[in-house]
Design a protein around this ligand. Structure first.
Ligand code: NA7
Length: 566
């Protein structure tokens, strides 16, 4: 009895200590932002400029988000660097000089650091801190955010700037813990880098990350074994340094380029890369109108570049299949060993249904003596052993293992936080059958919480920097509008959310993205048990921006707004 009451007293004391610590660490802000990638940084800058108090919470020890974590060899952006950059400050875009057509990870991270320095952002970022929970207190009408450092933040608004590709996916494979050597994931690469020069490497995965890393690792390692489950369509990046002349011309035209990006389908206009000297890259021709001889001649002359000029590849399944055949014809020319060539050939799903990949020397890598391709369609992985991977085709030995197996995309980071809305329901439960949002900006039942580039917005189908700017501007304007009108709570109405979800699904229907043969992370198909839902909005960046602007101009139509004390 005595020890029971002692325990009770101790528990009570522990609870009190915890409460005291939380009270001591409780901090109040207008807005809490989760994540200090490009979204979180611009939010901080913008909201601070409007006079709001803002705290940003970031798991890493510095800014950069996806570009902070993805430091694998060969990591590079697939959007032209002049366009994958912020436009909100003309001095910034005039001062910054990109060195390559498509920037590598180190240069993008340098840019992120420049943003943090230039706008003195770090002083409001709590680094090395992970958000555990975010609960909406319906009585107080504020968010309470707790972290793994024991802090408690209270804020009127909570903005999830948690990124779309920020939770690495490591598949559950038997024997993972038995492997005797080091294990790496492309999405969480050691900051000090990895020297593979004296070892044999095995890599699982041939998506963008694998395709970028494989040529670089192959050059360094003693031997590289590539485990490929699905061959991908990948186009040569033709990356090269940017000339001063190009930089100056693009900078002189920046105002127009930015306006055109915002009105475009993807937020990318590929300035300077148009056909016949045109400013913008705009495919206009029809592949369906070509003859077999013409297609063969085009491949002969232009290689993979033969596919670029045709607009109907992304619209018409027959044109798409013709393009796939041209693609395979070109691939066969590049690979010395016919069996390897056959293994590398994507078949049975359309070009463009998965995120397009661009590469540097990917196919040439498979002609190297120190590279082995294991086509898992001929016999899958059975287990990982102490010395390698056992497949149904045999055992492959190596000293270091790299997972290039992607991410729990778009919803992963949000569902890992214990987010609870007005009635205590968790976001995880509300999204059990797939994400539901109004405009990709808010979720019904979760007032005053916004998501940047969330599911239901163009997001990962677009140039992320363009979409981030649009969302941050919209969210900041909304919060500013609420302050100006003494409003405290904004929440997506159930009916508006319902209609938007239906619209998002409807525009994705009958596109190559949702073809039954397509298994992409856009659909959640890479994560066992994840509902198969096409998550981003395929209607285009320009159309989507207009819709968001219309909603705001109509007094935030589809949102319910209420004043203090109501
Ligand atoms: P992706 O594109 O999701 O690619 C992951 C790769 O890993 C892909 O080839 C997968 O094959 C493969 N994978 C995943 N699980 C397994 C298992 N269990 N066994 C074998 N192979 C597996 O991720 P990335 O990091 O490359 O790129 C993500 C995005 O980052 C990219 O689209 C750009 O937007 C930037 P699968 O195709 O599923 O058969």
């Amino acid at each position: 009895m005595q020890s029971a009451s002692l325990n009770e007293a101790r528990d009570k004391q522990d609870k009190q200590d915890k409460q005291d610590k939380q009270d001591k660490n409780r901090q109040q802000f207008d807005v809490v932002v989760v994540g200090a990638g490009f979204s979180g940084m611009y939010l901080l800058h913008k909201l601070r400029g409007l006079g709001f108090s803002v705290a940003v919470i970031e798991a890493g020890d510095d800014v950069g988000g996806t570009w902070y974590w993805n430091r694998y060899p060969g990591a590079r952006c697939d959007v032209p660097s002049m366009e994958y950059s912020f436009s909100f400050d003309d001095d910034l875009q005039q001062d910054w000089d990109w060195t390559e057509v498509m920037a590598g990870q180190p240069e993008i991270l340098k840019y992120a650091n420049h943003i943090a320095d230039r706008y003195d952002l770090r002083r409001d970022v709590r680094f090395n801190t992970r958000v555990n929970s975010a609960h909406f207190d319906a009585d107080e009408q504020h968010w309470q955010v707790t972290t793994d450092q024991g802090d408690v933040y209270q804020s009127r608004f909570c903005v999830m700037a948690t990124g779309c590709l920020s939770v690495p996916n490591t598949p559950t494979i038997d024997g993972h813990d038995d492997f005797a050597g080091p294990i790496y994931h492309t999405g969480n690469w050691p900051h000090e880098g990895v020297d593979f020069s004296t070892v044999r490497v095995g890599i699982i995965g041939t998506g963008s990350s694998g395709i970028q890393a494989i040529p670089v690792i192959a050059e360094q390692a003693q031997h590289l074994t590539v485990f490929q489950r699905t061959p991908n369509y990948t186009m040569p990046a033709h990356n090269r340094p940017l000339s001063d002349e190009f930089l100056n011309k693009a900078k002189a035209n920046y105002e127009q380029i930015r306006a055109d990006q915002r009105a475009s389908m993807t937020g990318i206009v590929s300035y300077g890369f148009g056909f016949g000297g045109a400013d913008y890259f705009e495919p206009t021709e029809s592949l369906l109108e070509t003859t077999a001889e013409q297609r063969a001649a085009l491949v002969e002359k232009k290689g993979f570049g033969a596919l670029q000029q045709f607009a109907d590849i992304s619209l018409d399944p027959t044109a798409n299949e013709l393009a796939c055949e041209m693609y395979r014809d070109q691939l066969a020319r590049l690979i010395d060993d016919p069996q390897t060539a056959d293994a590398l050939m994507p078949k049975g799903y359309p070009i463009g249904c998965k995120r397009p990949v661009i590469d540097t020397n990917y196919y040439a890598t498979f002609n190297r003596d120190n590279v082995t391709l294991v086509d898992l369609r001929r016999g899958g992985i059975e287990k990982i052993t102490a010395t390698g991977v056992q497949t149904a085709q045999g055992h492959y030995e190596f000293d270091a293992l790299v997972y290039a197996t992607g991410f729990d995309a778009m919803t992963g980071a949000l569902e890992r936080i214990d987010i609870r809305g007005r009635n205590g329901e968790t976001l995880r439960d509300v999204w059990a059958a797939g994400p539901r949002t109004y405009l990709g900006l808010q979720v019904h039942g979760f007032p005053n919480m916004f998501t940047v580039t969330g599911p239901g917005s163009p997001s990962v189908l677009s140039n992320m920097l363009v979409s981030i700017e649009q969302h941050v501007d919209w969210i900041s304007d909304c919060i500013d509008h609420m302050r100006a009108h003494q409003l405290q709570v904004i929440e997506a109405a159930a009916a508006a959310e319902e209609a938007w979800v239906a619209h998002v699904n409807q525009v994705a229907e009958n596109t190559m993205f949702t073809a039954p043969s397509c298994n992409s992370w856009y659909l959640g198909a890479n994560i066992p048990g994840k509902p198969r839902i096409f998550m981003p909005y395929v209607g285009g960046v320009g159309t989507y921006r207009d819709k968001c602007d219309e909603v705001a101009a109509a007094g935030y139509a589809g949102f319910e707004l209420s004043a203090a004390g109501t």
